[in-house]
Design a protein around this ligand. Structure first.
Ligand code: ZN
Ligand code: ZN
Length: 414
């Protein structure tokens, strides 16, 4: 992939400057698949150029993960040692930013036993809770960027030779991340952030009580809790540093009232849950809880997901994405949430971001629960947007105004 060298360098700079926005004297943890080592090296170089005091790697290796899931005793999967996550859990308290290079194999866990996978995910989720608390609350700068790993590329272009498939996906990653064809992607992202902030600010002034979704297979009313906050584009860390948690990002999002969701919603894209594909599914809610579900593919995986804990049967995110985003314009399903969630309006099962409600970052568990903020060890986005989706916002005085029509904003934010 040598011909992408110049663009990869720009991408690495974007990840460091716009993604985590690393400040002089800060440390950086990069987690990356071992096959993305060259890209990780470019990122480390950019980080030192930005004044990093130290860069540490957290390499990922799918082959090792698979061997563990295949062969380790179930008891061991239920009790992954806490020391494994010590560095990660500690770095976030030591002025380190966290950058993930992300290109998972969508089919990695397809043939794995769901019970073993769930046990492993649950124990990992428990042991990494301190780390995730820092990220979910935007306490530190963190970011995720994509990389076309071999397995992901083969999933996307199964009929092409590996090298060609990887090049094709690399092109898409660079285009969708707004790197390709741009002399200065960092400046392009400043403009992009401005547009997202305009949509966010509009929604925040409306203070909708409810959003009503209509499209084929979907008839859903979602209550938004009092004091909910819409986010979108760059966010701000506790130390006041702006950063972009996701590259790409096209969404404007908030949290629903965990007890205020009623009706049925149908998925419009496959959901890749821990390497298992769940497709063409629908969920029926009553007072926030899922009371019925079906899936044409992966119903068993969906059942396991919903059974993870109390919160995995409720919603934790409401996100609006125009149907005409660079991701959906590709017309492809990426089997990768970082991309697919930016193609389409989505909802998430599980944990809500406490930053999406006034005072949420200082509320304890009970207060969050009372405010309607969902909690879970999972946070699983699924797509509900399409060219047919209409969304109306209901204001406190009962007036109803169009927010989305035919899958796009009913307003012009440019
Ligand atoms: Zn989202
Ligand atoms: Zn999400």
């Amino acid at each position: 992939m040598g011909k992408f060298e110049e663009e990869l360098k720009k991408f690495a700079r974007l990840a460091v400057r716009t993604g985590v926005n690393l400040q002089k004297g800060q440390g950086l943890v990069i987690s990356a698949p071992i096959e993305a080592s060259h890209f990780a090296h470019l990122i480390a170089e950019e980080a030192y150029k930005a004044g990093a005091r130290n860069v540490e790697m957290d390499w990922e290796d799918d082959a090792i993960s698979l061997l563990r899931l295949q062969h380790a005793p179930l008891e061991a999967l239920k009790h992954i040692p806490a020391w494994k996550f010590y560095a990660r859990n500690t770095a976030v308290r030591d002025d380190y930013a966290v950058l993930s290079v992300y290109g998972p194999n969508p089919d990695l866990l397809e043939k794995m036993d769901g019970i073993r996978v769930a046990a492993y995910m649950k124990s990992t989720g428990k042991e990494t809770a301190p780390f995730r608390e820092y990220l979910m609350n935007d306490r530190i700068q963190w970011s995720i960027v994509a990389y076309p790993t071999v397995a992901w590329s083969k999933k996307m272009f199964p009929d092409k030779p590996v090298a060609e498939a990887q090049e094709l996906l690399m092109k898409e990653v660079l285009r969708i991340s707004r790197v390709a064809g741009n002399e200065d992607p960092v400046a392009v992202w400043e403009e992009h952030n401005k547009r997202l902030h305009a949509a966010r600010d509009f929604l925040n002034t409306q203070k909708f009580r409810q959003l009503i979704y209509h499209s084929e297979g979907t008839d859903l009313a979602i209550s938004l809790p009092e004091g909910h906050i819409w986010g979108g584009g760059s966010g701000t860390s506790e130390a006041g540093i702006d950063f972009n948690a996701n590259i790409p990002t096209e969404e404007v999002f908030t949290l629903p009232d965990k007890r205020g969701v009623n009706g049925t919603v149908s998925s419009t894209m496959p959901l890749n849950s821990n390497g298992q594909i769940i497709d063409r599914f629908s969920l029926t809610f009553k007072d926030g809880e899922i009371v019925d579900f079906r899936a044409e593919k992966g119903e068993e995986a969906l059942k396991h997901l919903l059974a993870t804990d109390e919160g995995s049967r409720r919603l934790g995110e409401v996100a609006l994405v125009p149907h005409h985003s660079p991701v959906s314009e590709s017309g492809m399903v990426f089997y990768n949430t970082l991309f697919d969630e930016n193609a389409s309006c989505h909802l998430a099962l599980g944990k809500a971001y406490p930053i999406c409600i006034e005072g949420g970052n200082v509320m304890n568990e009970k207060q969050l629960d009372r405010a309607g903020v969902n909690d879970s060890i999972v946070h699983e986005d699924f797509m509900v947007g399409s060219a047919e989706l209409d969304i109306d916002g209901v204001k406190a005085d009962g007036t109803q105004i169009p927010v989305f029509r035919h899958g796009d904003w009913a307003f012009d934010f440019r």
